[in-house]
Design a protein around this ligand. Structure first.
Ligand code: ADP
Ligand code: MG
Length: 262
């Protein structure tokens, strides 16, 4: 039987009395890929933050379970060894070098004293090479371009070697070449390493080429959860974005491709 990695049941979340997420319910099996889409302010980032327990002051209802266990019951270290998170770019960055950031991401595995062992060093090295960041390992994050910085955070999430990775708009700041490289890396992690992934994206064609499920949010509500074909058939996107889209087969791959109408 396939293992349920994430189970969300009637989950609602409010900040200072304002409802931000309202009655979300969906499940992901181990190794599944979920694209989270929806207009600005729909609650996409908040959902990922709730999964990371970074919101301390909010009130929530319903439940979130990881591997059958309530999220609230996890010790912080155990959670950090299970889920890694690449936040939406554009915020503050810590005053570390790329390599220091990756070494810090190994903290859930370190014994008292915090010394990195051989396994930790190998995980850091592997993540640097997989993301092609080894050349920039000793550069400070503050000195990097937006795209390089983004890749450094993706590398840190990889070095954490978790079963679940949450990515919040990982391709923002990336040019087309680096976006394609990132998508290739995401596919490798998902297909070859069996990582369960939740990716927030504004690229509506991302879920169409990712073979996974889609969650569509609007104003904190779940408009749709399921397969791409069903979403296209039901014209969910028109509802979600209050805009018309054209769907046509990609001339190269034949895959359905979306374009916003002018
Ligand atoms: P998205 O990522 O889909 O663009 P967010 O999850 O960032 O949306 O935000 C959803 C809603 O929650 C928005 O209306 C936003 O203003 C509100 N919100 C987000 N963070 C906070 C916060 N810390 N305090 C109050 N409101 C917030
Ligand atoms: Mg967001």
């Amino acid at each position: 039987m396939e293992q349920t990695m994430l189970h969300i049941q009637q989950f609602s979340f409010a900040l200072e009395g304002n409802s931000i997420l309202d009655g979300l319910s969906f499940s992901l099996a181990k190794g599944e890929y979920l694209s989270v889409i929806g207009p600005n302010g729909a609650g996409k980032s908040t959902l990922l933050k709730c999964l990371m327990r970074v919101h301390e002051h909010g009130t929530s209802r319903g439940e979130i379970r990881l591997k059958g266990r309530l999220l609230s019951e996890y010790a912080q270290r155990t959670l950090a060894a299970l889920v890694s998170y690449v936040p939406q770019a554009g915020g503050w960055v810590p005053p570390f070098t790329v390599e220091e950031l990756l070494r810090l991401s190994r903290y859930p595995y370190l014994a008292a004293g915090g010394v990195l062992g051989k396994t930790d060093q190998e995980a850091v090295k592997k993540a640097l090479y997989l993301t092609d960041m080894h050349m920039l390992a000793s550069r400070r994050l503050t000195s990097l371009s937006g795209g390089e910085r983004q890749k450094a955070f993706v590398a840190a999430a990889l070095a954490q070697e978790t079963e679940i990775i949450l990515l919040d708009e990982p391709a923002s700041f990336l040019d087309p070449k680096h976006t394609a490289e990132l998508n290739r890396l995401i596919r490798v992690l998902h297909r070859e390493h069996g990582v369960t992934m939740l990716t927030v994206t504004h690229d509506l064609n991302h879920p169409l080429c990712m073979e996974g499920k889609i969650l569509v949010l609007r104003q904190g509500r779940q408009l749709f959860f399921g397969q791409t074909q069903e979403m296209l058939r039901k014209n969910i996107l028109e509802d979600a974005f209050s805009h018309q889209f054209i769907c046509f087969p990609h001339p190269g791959t034949g895959r359905p491709t979306l374009l916003a109408k002018e």
